[in-house]
Design a protein around this ligand. Structure first.
Ligand code: FES
Length: 273
């Protein structure tokens, strides 16, 4: 067993644990607490993922914000941009109609467990990365404003489930041309987006908890059998939650972009049927 001053290697985990009381937290191999910002023994490109996340979230966030504020070119024929769905346009509202509804899908994403992990690392460096020194001292959790608002995620989930009903209604409309079934390029873009948004929503950690995560004994619970089946399905989706989060973010921006380009006359929407 390899020994260094104040450390002992754990054969099970391959990690070191401090054994002497005088060992400081920053002395522990593989940990970064108390180390200067960016200090690490890692040899891999640990900064690559936070950098990619920061770039992706910034670019897509800027596009989504601009599109929502713009308030124009969000409809083309039977297509509606997902940023504006459900379309609510009262005569007394002078700004973009998207601003009346976007707090719900925006809040759902902003409080998502995966996105929290991503943007805490990418924008706040808190933590910077596993076993990399961070600029902040101590763990403050999400106990005070504004981060305590992250607890609203389960309520945003309820809103997101309602929004999915409207989005699937938009899919039906996108496949309806002059009262008949048809398929256009926009139909596929809107179907693609709503499918991915559904996968993202149904893979939510809060939904998993709601369906079965809070049950100790399925055979003792009301509707335990169906709940277990639902829980297994959501658990499978949940394993890929990060992928659904990113794909659905790309898809929602792409669907909006497609409708916008058609509305502006830049794209000519192809009809396949
Ligand atoms: Fe990501 Fe609920 S945890 S959407």
């Amino acid at each position: 067993m390899a020994k260094e001053s104040g450390r002992r290697w754990s054969p099970a985990a391959g990690a070191a644990t401090a054994t002497s009381p005088e060992a400081s937290r920053g002395d522990r191999r593989g940990q970064a607490y108390g180390q200067p910002f960016g200090a690490t023994e890692r040899k891999d490109a640990w900064w690559l993922v936070p950098l990619a996340q920061a770039t992706g979230l910034t670019l897509l966030g800027i596009y989504a914000t601009w599109s929502a504020l713009q308030g124009d070119h969000y409809e083309f024929g039977n297509y509606l941009s997902p940023f504006y769905s459900p379309l609510f346009k009262p005569s007394w509202w002078p700004l973009s109609p998207a601003l009346l509804i976007l707090a719900f899908p925006g809040g759902f994403r902003a409080t998502c467990y995966y996105y929290r992990k991503a943007y805490y690392r990418a924008f706040f460096a808190d933590p910077t990365a596993c076993a990399v020194g961070e600029p902040w001292k101590g763990y403050r959790g999400e106990k005070s404003f504004p981060f305590i608002l992250q607890n609203l995620h389960r309520y945003f989930l309820y809103a997101a489930l309602v929004f999915l009903v409207f989005l699937w209604w938009d899919v039906i409309k996108a496949f309806t041309f002059d009262g008949r079934f048809g398929i256009g390029g926009g139909s596929l873009a809107i179907l693609f987006n709503t499918s991915l948004l559904s996968l993202y929503t149904f893979s939510c950690h809060s939904l998993r908890h709601l369906i079965g995560g809070n049950v100790d004994c399925f055979s003792c619970a009301v509707a335990g059998g169906p709940r277990r089946q639902g829980w297994l399905g959501v658990s499978w989706l949940n394993e890929h939650h990060m992928a659904w989060a990113w794909w659905s973010l790309f898809a929602v921006c792409f669907a909006d972009f497609y409708v916008r380009m058609c509305s502006m006359g830049i794209f000519h929407d192809p009809r396949f049927l």
